[in-house]
Design a protein around this ligand. Structure first.
Ligand code: ADP
Ligand code: MN
Ligand code: MN
Ligand code: MN
Ligand code: MN
Length: 360
């Protein structure tokens, strides 16, 4: 079996002929939502008579939930340009609601948004570093030998060259697609394990962090589909002496970014140190079980049981970047969230612990 999907071999030249047909005033709007399990994304497309200008122009829709067959509502929340069908077509991120209009069980956006409104005057900024691994459709890491393993880790991080950087086409196309769509993508690099990559989104204020990261994930899966490979966010896709995948979160408030802000950064880290276990619980979608596989302590990762913090320390749970310590203001980095975390749940926990005056 080829490791690249059948449909990626369809004639892309012919496809382009149809895609460039004029479409009149009509607009294709693709609704995107987080599936019931909270892990993967779904989409479906409809025609609107004219181009929506603001999110309120896009009507609610519904879908039949996999497994339960329940009819659920799709409430549009954020509109992006569509880098696949191109202007004027749109991608619209939706919240999933029950028929009663209550949020669906795994709709973490709804509760996150409430907290973000409460801390809005602090102007919380977030930046997340999404790591992921490319796989063939056979589930084997993309570009790895079918039998045996590639050379051990050590030459892949930020690497260049056909013998060490596997799948850059996907990284480049995803980056451009994000820029076109209007996602605040701010960088990318090859990671420590071969076929593992990272992109960064941010800084984003408040609820925007989750919206932009989820849409960037959608674009990643969709670009990979075109190339016939699969991106997994599994935090430990290969057992053994291979790095896991995380989703570091960088955090600041207006006070932290201003002169002398380090004092506020240290206060926030102090609060985080008292809630290690609670945070580990929301830093992956399975209550900490996924991170158990990743934060094994063997690789340069922090421990799952103990909190630690330090300047320029990449083995700590929380790191103050060197330039922040030197300038005495800026942001801090929490390295614990796993690659498959829900950014709404993570930013929500961060805001509650560090920005709200909650009871201990
Ligand atoms: P690392 O050195 O940890 O690999 P990266 O360059 O991969 O760092 O990512 C840095 C992240 O920090 C980016 O997502 C960026 O948006 C974010 N960031 C930069 N400035 C701030 C800030 N003031 N507040 C919050 N996040 C920030
Ligand atoms: Mn139908
Ligand atoms: Mn990084
Ligand atoms: Mn990384
Ligand atoms: Mn980092």
């Amino acid at each position: 079996m080829s490791c690249v999907s059948e449909s990626s071999h369809l004639n892309k030249f012919l496809r382009q002929r149809y895609l460039s047909l004029p479409q009149g005033d009509f607009c294709q709007v693709t609704y995107i939502w987080i599936n019931g399990c909270g892990l993967d994304l779904c989409s479906k497309t409809r025609t609107m008579d004219s181009e929506p200008k603001v999110i309120a122009d896009i009507p609610e829709w519904d879908f039949c939930q996999r497994g339960t067959f329940a009819e659920m509502l799709l409430a549009p929340v954020y509109m992006f340009r569509d880098p696949f069908l191109l202007d004027p077509n749109k991608l619209v991120l939706c919240e999933v609601l029950k028929q009663t209009r209550e949020p669906a069980d795994l709709n973490h956006r709804n509760s996150c948004n409430k907290i973000m409104k409460m801390v809005k005057d602090l102007h919380p900024w977030f930046g997340m570093e999404q790591e992921y691994t490319l796989l063939g459709v056979d589930g084997h890491p993309y570009g790895w030998p079918k039998l045996g393993y590639p050379k051990p880790q050590g030459l892949y991080y930020c690497s260049v060259g056909a013998d060490r950087a596997f799948g850059r086409d996907i990284v480049d196309c995803h980056y451009k697609a994000c820029l076109y769509a209007g996602i605040k993508i701010c960088g990318t690099n090859a990671e420590v394990m071969p076929s593992q990559w990272e992109f960064q989104v941010g800084p984003c204020e408040g609820i925007e962090m989750g919206d932009h990261l989820w849409m960037a994930r959608f674009l990643l899966h969709r670009v990979c589909e075109d190339f016939g490979v699969v991106a997994t966010l599994d935090p430990k896709p290969m057992t053994g002496d291979w790095n896991g995948a995380g989703c570091h979160i960088n955090v600041s408030t207006m006070q932290m970014r201003e002169e002398g802000g380090i004092e506020h950064i240290e206060k926030a880290i102090e609060k985080l140190s008292k809630r290690h276990a609670e945070h580990i619980q929301v830093y992956d979608p399975h209550g900490g079980e996924d991170n158990k596989r990743r934060l094994s302590g063997f690789h340069p990762f922090s421990s799952i049981t103990d909190f630690s913090a330090g300047v320029a320390n990449r083995r700590a749970s929380v790191r103050i970047p060197l330039h922040v310590a030197q300038k005495k203001c800026g942001y801090f980095e929490d390295r614990r969230p796993s690659a498959n975390c829900d950014p709404y749940a993570v930013t929500c926990a961060m805001a509650r612990t560090c920005m709200l005056e909650e009871e201990e």
